[in-house]
Design a protein around this ligand. Sequence first.
Ligand code: AMP
Length: 468
Amino acid sequence: MIKERVCGVFGIIGHEEAANLTYLGLHSLQHRGQESGGIACSDGTVMRRQIKMGLVSEAFKRNALQELPGRTAVGHVRYSTAGSSDIRNAQPFVLDYAHGQVAIAHNGNLVNAGDLKKKLEQAGSIFQTSSDTEVIVHLMARSGQPTTLGRLVEALSQVRGAYSLLVMADGKLFAARDPHGFRPLVLGRLKDAFVFSSETSSFNLIEAEFIREVEPGEVVVIGDSGLTSSKPLPKKPKKFCVFEHVYFARPDTTFDEQTVYHARIELGRQLAREMPTNADVVIPVPDSGVPSAVGYSKESGIPFELGLIRSHYVGRTFIEPQDSIRHFGVKLKLSPVGAVVNGKSVVVVDDSLVRGTTSRKIVKMLRAAGAKEVHLRIAAPPTTHPCFYGIDTPTRSELIASNHTVEEIARYITCDTLSYISHDGLMKAVNGQDGGFCSACFTGDYPVELSGGANPIIPLRKRIETDG
Ligand code: AMP
């Protein structure tokens, strides 16, 4: 199975500082991907592209941006996974085809890309990358439709799965979201320019005005004559990824009028209502567990403290140490505050528990720092199924909750008690009781059928050692 992972996309049209603003937009989407960043810019005649491995702020120097003149740009940050770094897969892709140049940036995962790629190769296509995104461009190239919009729609009508897509071609900027709307995509305005981004966090930074979400199944085109919109794909129920609220998105981002920060506070409150604990102090696993721990503390009345400090300087160049000193790994990133936890009964709140290895190390560390009892509370239900729509999750066998009971997991992690928020509680916290969300990673209820027994070999990003 070829796959693309959760990434971030940004696009702008009608601004003389298109490349600089895209750089800033990507900077505020950096949490969505640290493996590579790329910007493609059009001056109306030629498209130019700069792609770099690593963090946008470190990899893009001033001269790289100066080489990108033009008023239209698309940018992309790509998610990091152990062992898959390849500059060839860095986006945006810029390709030449019979109708000129086209740039494309994609967030999501196409579940039938493997089948389509095989057919296209049999028909003579030569692929440059192992990314599913390239399939879309090949389908566009083979389309007999007379317009770019027609070719894009014809391509999208053949792919299945998750996509929030930006395409620059023909002096226009196209934005498309799959009919279920798995991954986010928002539209904004910056003076006369239109901007698109995976998250509103970019608009906060560049001071763009949020207009609305690109709707599931919608294709928006911005050109000389302004904005046009169509819904050319068959309508499907909305299935926005609930894990964006749980872990992935930045807390200052807003989805469907709910700020992610508030969703996470609500997750913590709900968790405290469902799983109360008699303890002295609530501590988060930073950074992603902070808002839910605040919520847990507010609801339970147990004081909130920072009992774990996260170092933000664990570089991506960190070389895995030899076995004898490997256990330092987690300590490089998280360090307990003895004065907060010593002699205390501690509630530790984290956003999710995937393989359980991080929590196990954290519990050990807190006990070594003197914690009397450690109660782990997870602001998501047990992660039992891999994601096929863009989130980077391990295989089913590596997901500890897919083959162990909560008691067994607690024993492995060596905490005194372990509990998770219920699925109903999760839905209540994100205003999803009436549907509208994909929560397949917690239920196995996949909204889009996987083709050809897709193989879920998607390694979890090695969070402690590599993420930023
Ligand atoms: P573990 O249980 O050791 O696999 O790690 C769980 C931690 O990883 C949680 O605290 C989350 O903050 C974080 N996490 C959850 N999902 C992902 C993901 N897809 N990629 C990276 N980190 C994740």
